[in-house]
Design a protein around this ligand. Structure first.
Ligand SMILES: Cc1cc2nc3c(=O)[nH]c(=O)nc-3n(C[C@H](O)[C@H](O)[C@H](O)COP(=O)(O)O)c2cc1C
Length: 200
């Protein structure tokens, strides 16, 4: 089948998120201007480049995480894993701004070094980020979108020693990162394999 996106989608659900799948889940911690802690998962999330290390997440509507990251200039990404799927899901509840999702999800916060928001203590890895200049999103017609892409440069990396091999490699298969697929589907990385590039 084929359809153009300037026509109504002929499928019962937009397949984009099932096609751009699996997507890593950035579990975003922020604080508002008054220090109120916030935690929520974002699957419009990815790494943009490695040196310097830059990550992004995208908020459909200006939600607390994006607002806080843009206002305070700081956010933290914790790795959402298979073992933490229920806590991750609980932290996505649409609650009032004053509700601390760490408490809601039964999670312990841990301090960061360079930024104020806490990280998820039990998560195998967390990235401390400082927010980069914002690029307002427009569509092909130049219409401003209520979509807020937040870019952040990683200024600190936390890794639990249990997930580091003797060679100093992060053990992705042991961490079992959770990924978002389409509809209500999720996936987890439970095994990995190696490929060597043609010119390595
Ligand atoms: C796995 C998962 C991924 C999500 N990804 C996004 C996303 O990429 N963008 C978005 O706007 N909302 C996303 N959401 C919904 C937000 O997590 C939800 O609206 C949350 O309440 C926002 O919290 P906040 O206002 O504290 O930032 C996702 C929810 C789940 C469960």
């Amino acid at each position: 089948m084929f359809y153009s996106t300037d026509e109504p989608c002929p499928l019962p659900h937009n397949p984009l998120k099932a096609i751009v799948s699996p997507r890593p889940i950035g579990w975003i911690s922020t604080q508002d201007k008054n220090g109120q802690v916030n935690l929520a998962p974002y699957s419009f999330f990815n790494a943009v480049c490695s040196t310097p290390s830059i990550v992004m997440f995208s908020s459909e509507g200006l939600k607390d995480s994006a607002r806080n990251a843009l206002e305070t200039g700081e956010f933290v990404v914790s790795l959402a894993t298979l073992a933490l799927k229920d806590a991750m899901n609980a932290s996505s509840a649409p609650v009032e701004t004053h509700v601390n999702e760490y408490t809601l999800a039964g999670l312990e916060p841990a301090s960061c070094v360079h930024v104020s928001p806490p990280r998820v203590a039990i998560s195998p890895a967390s990235l401390e980020c400082k927010t980069l200049p914002n690029h307002p999103m427009t569509d092909l017609n130049g219409n401003t979108l209520d979509v807020h892409m937040v870019l952040g440069q990683v200024v600190g990396v936390h890794i639990h020693d249990d997930y580091l091999s003797d060679a100093g490699l992060f053990d992705t298969a042991k961490a079992q990162p959770l990924a978002r697929c389409g509809y209500r589907d999720y996936a987890a990385v439970e095994s990995v394999f190696q490929l060597t590039r043609p010119v390595d």
